[in-house]
Design a protein around this ligand. Structure first.
Ligand code: TRP
Length: 454
């Protein structure tokens, strides 16, 4: 019964684009640049690319095969594959992680709606760089506006998840993703023409390894998991909707490439733009919402109508990219509650939306009137962001790789990766070595280092 209500991806392209829709989101365009900025630029990016290549792709294949083989929500998947063992807690941890990420992610997703509104009404035109900064700070500190946008975004996500993610999302992704890519390329070219742009490109491409410490590694690792939607069973849930013929390894490669290209393009826009208006690249979470509107003004300075069209289109696409990601997270928690607690799908979704609304509003307030309430020296928003990306997702990834590399019957692993022997996968052995040794050891080392044990 539950299966019928779940989404089913139709075409091969649909599978890639829907999965890429989950992966590509605020993580690429908002989080990646500010993480790179905070962690010193080019060296961080190199380590990030290493994480995607060595850990991201193999763990993505692992999540895919767990999901497709068990055809169940992520907690149930472990019960199907390893009945009566504590492995189900890996799935449950994932569901909790998804719930927490969705809560604070919806806040930033809400900001994109504010900017769609601002762009549409022409309010972004003609402002100076410092006016953007003041306006954004006033907006996020306001107790009402961002909270209302958070609620609206959650509501839209809710309505789509309740109706099922079938054709709508798959079809929307097919149009949206190419337009987003094209727009990012145009903007990157525009950003390069800004004064001082080359200092930004240098920051992005010239590594300074003297700044690398264990926190940079953990930051890059966490960002790789976050951006690829890994470590919480999200892609595992999506793979439970894949067909038998889907080539898991190829899909993982394609999705990772699309995701990485979008992140690098975002960097090529933000950093030249930030340097050109003297904003330091480690300005933090608001980088995209302050520097970007300014690029739209400057890059098309002579032709206001172009600035108008580009900013509107950009924030609209950013909101849509965020939406395909929030849907994928919401779906994980909803599918879990629906199937495990035997709630109707509608009730399950309502519970998720309500819970996220409460936490999301608290996160939003923690950037304004609740700024002084901190935990471990962080605002609630930062705590959710860092706690999930730097701890919960890598821990999830660690267990997923150990489960697939060591615990799961190799016959199942081989059958899923090669589609019952019908596909030649030359990288099969490499993937197994990565899952068995490289992923668990490197994630563990990064943690041990960060905790200062070594
Ligand atoms: N990857 C998405 C982004 O970059 C966010 C996301 C969706 C996510 N599903 C996830 C992050 C699951 C971690 C786990 O915006």
């Amino acid at each position: 019964m539950a299966k019928k209500e779940r989404a089913n991806f139709g075409t091969k392209l649909g599978v890639i684009l829907a999965t890429a829709g989950s992966a590509v989101g605020l993580g690429n365009i908002w989080r990646f640049p500010y993480q790179a900025g905070e962690h010193g630029g080019a060296a961080f990016i190199l380590i990030y690319l290493g994480c995607v290549l060595l850990l991201g792709i193999s763990i993505m294949v692992a999540e895919f095969l767990i999901g497709r083989h068990s055809r169940a929500n992520t907690a149930r998947a472990y019960q199907v594959l390893a009945p009566g063992t504590p492995w189900k807690w890996v799935g449950r941890l994932g569901v909790l992680t998804g719930f927490l990420i969705l809560s604070y992610y919806s806040v930033v997703a809400g900001w994109t709606l504010e900017f769609v509104g601002e762009a549409a009404t022409g309010n972004l035109t003609g402002k100076t760089a410092s006016a953007f900064k003041t306006a954004f700070e006033a907006f996020t500190a306001n107790p009402w506006r961002p909270a209302l946008w958070t609620l609206l975004f959650l509501l839209i996500t809710h309505l789509i998840v309740v109706r099922g993610v079938e054709k709508g999302i798959e079809r929307a992704s097919k149009i949206m993703m190419p337009v987003l890519l094209l727009l990012l390329m145009v903007l990157a070219v525009c950003a390069m023409t800004l004064p001082n742009a080359m200092r930004g490109v240098e920051f992005l491409l010239k590594p300074d390894f003297s700044k690398v410490n264990s926190d940079v590694f953990l930051g890059a690792l966490g960002q790789a998991f976050f951006s690829l939607s890994l470590g919480m069973g999200c892609l595992c849930t999506y793979a439970s909707y894949f067909k038998k013929e889907t080539n898991l390894t190829k899909t993982a490669f394609n999705v990772s490439i699309i995701d990485t290209v979008v992140a690098i393009l975002a960097g090529l826009i933000i950093f030249p733009a930030a340097f050109s208006v003297n904003i330091t690249p480690n300005a933090g979470a608001e980088l995209v919402f302050i520097t970007l509107p300014n690029v739209f003004q400057q890059a098309f300075g002579g032709v206001p109508v172009l600035s108008y069209i580009f900013s509107l289109l950009f924030y609209l696409l950013l909101a849509l990219a965020a939406l395909t990601s929030t849907i994928s997270m919401h779906e994980v928690v909803t599918a879990f509650l629906h199937e495990e607690l035997k709630l109707t799908r509608k009730r399950a979704a309502a519970l998720v939306t309500l819970g996220c609304a409460v936490l999301g509003i608290l996160c939003s307030l923690s950037l304004g009137i609740g700024r002084d309430y901190t935990l471990f020296g962080m605002t609630l928003f930062d705590l959710f962001d860092k706690g999930t990306a730097k701890i919960m997702l890598p821990v999830g990834g660690l267990f997923i790789s150990i489960f697939t590399g060591w615990f799961l019957d190799k016959k199942i692993v081989r059958a899923e990766i090669t589609n019952d022997g019908s596909l030649k996968v030359p990288l099969y052995r490499l993937i197994i070595v990565l899952l068995k040794y490289v992923a668990p050891i490197s994630i563990a080392l990064v943690f041990i280092n960060e905790l200062g044990i070594l």
